[in-house]
Design a protein around this ligand. Structure first.
Ligand code: ASC
Length: 155
């Protein structure tokens, strides 16, 4: 490995460590950036949970290696949306309800529950047991739904 590769590699590694906490610092230049950020993070969660759900209910074949990758990605990203519900971001291109900001403790407790269930899903994926994965996918989905029921404006 030459010096340039080493520098690039080290910078990439540092970025990989810094990025997941970026949202926590609320360092958004514009409110619209925060809204886009959390919507993007939630889109990715929906994608990866959706692939696991499709394996769990037989819509796509069970691929144990892919299941672990999806579960690892979910574990890496499941805190990201919640640093982006910054003050003032109830207005704009968003379905977020005002109650997110007036019931912060309850909202944050839901975020914690999501992450806890995602950690269990990760363990289930690593067990390679589809029955365990199925039940863990359901538990994660329940935390999504509970928060959407309380805090997302209907379409
Ligand atoms: C998802 C997603 C949700 C939840 C919910 C579970 O993948 O986008 O909102 O799961 O549908 O009931």
């Amino acid at each position: 490995m030459n010096r340039k590769m080493l520098v690039v590699g080290t910078a990439a590694a540092a970025l990989a460590i810094v990025l997941p906490t970026f949202a926590q610092s609320n360092a958004f230049a514009k409110i619209a950036d925060a809204i886009k950020y959390r919507q993007s993070a939630l889109y990715l969660q929906n994608y990866h949970l959706g692939r696991l759900g499709a394996m769990a209910n037989g819509r796509i074949p069970f691929d144990p290696k892919a299941a672990v990758e999806h579960a690892d990605t979910l574990a890496a990203i499941s805190k990201l949306p919640f640093g982006a519900f910054v003050d003032g971001s109830d207005k704009g291109n968003t379905r977020a309800k005002r109650e997110i900001w007036t019931e912060k403790d309850k909202f944050n407790a839901g975020a914690t529950r999501l992450h806890e269930e995602v950690v269990k899903l990760n363990t289930a994926a690593k067990s390679g047991n589809l029955v365990h994965i199925k039940s863990a996918v359901g538990a994660v989905g329940k935390t999504c739904k509970s928060c959407h029921d309380d805090y997302q404006k209907p379409l």
